[in-house]
Design a protein around this ligand. Structure first.
Ligand SMILES: [Zn+2]
Ligand SMILES: [Zn+2]
Length: 220
């Protein structure tokens, strides 16, 4: 059994204390997190409505890990297909990785989704399986309208880089047009975040609704 499946079983295990089940969810995220570990966790707290007080709704952890598991299944199928093709290409003497790289091999610091790593409250609002489906479809050459990550079709937000402008998706801060200098610049969070606060779900209420008094929550 892979680590992911072992820890998924721990998230489901009602005999374990809730904090153990919660840290098992985190271990699952170290294996697979399409928005990056912190942003994927932030997304799941909203989509699965994980309350600040876990006792209020222990099933929220199960909803979260199942959303992740479903997305991972879609990714695994595609990644296995890709690995098989790569093996065949290598046997045929083609060693270089095809461009564009598949979405799961992208480096966060040079990817257009860098903002999700620098400000974990900025990520697509799509359910994870929908996001993975979208990324796989684009990899297969499907032309989808709107932001490649989240499909948002609204006009972009201009983000100053000090010497130019980058165009970011209004929905998820994906870089639609980079700074003219060609470099990827860091995205400064509008509200400074604290990972420990996100992990303890300071942005959620005790019952699992977004906390209206937490400033770093946007667009949900
Ligand atoms: Zn977007
Ligand atoms: Zn620049």
């Amino acid at each position: 059994m892979t680590s992911f499946l072992t820890h998924r079983a721990h998230v489901h295990d009602v005999r374990l204390p809730l904090h153990r089940r919660h840290s098992a969810l985190r271990t699952c995220l170290t294996c697979f997190a399409p928005y990056g570990l912190r942003a994927t966790y932030h997304h799941l707290t909203l989509s699965a409505a994980i309350p600040r007080r876990l006792e209020a709704d222990p099933d929220a952890l199960v909803r979260a890990v199942e959303e992740l598991h479903e997305a991972r299944g879609l990714w695994l199928a595609r990644a296995e297909e890709y690995a098989a093709r790569r093996r065949a290409e290598k046997r045929a003497g083609r060693r270089a990785v095809a461009d564009p790289r598949p979405w799961w091999l992208r480096n966060w610091w040079e990817g257009p989704n860098r903002a999700w790593y620098e400000d974990p409250s900025r990520h697509p609002s799509l359910r994870l399986p929908e996001y993975v489906w979208r990324q796989n479809a684009i990899l297969d050459g499907t032309d989808l309208p709107g932001c490649p990550a989240c499909g948002d079709e609204r006009p972009p937000v201009l983000n100053s880089t000090g010497h130019g402008w980058a165009e970011l998706c209004r929905g998820c801060a994906w870089v639609l047009a980079p700074c003219p200098c060609g470099q990827r610049h860091p995205v400064v969070p509008e509200t400074p975040f604290n990972w420990n606060g996100i992990w303890r779900r300071a942005h959620m209420s005790d019952e699992g609704k977004p906390n209206p008094h937490w400033p770093a929550i946007r667009g949900v």
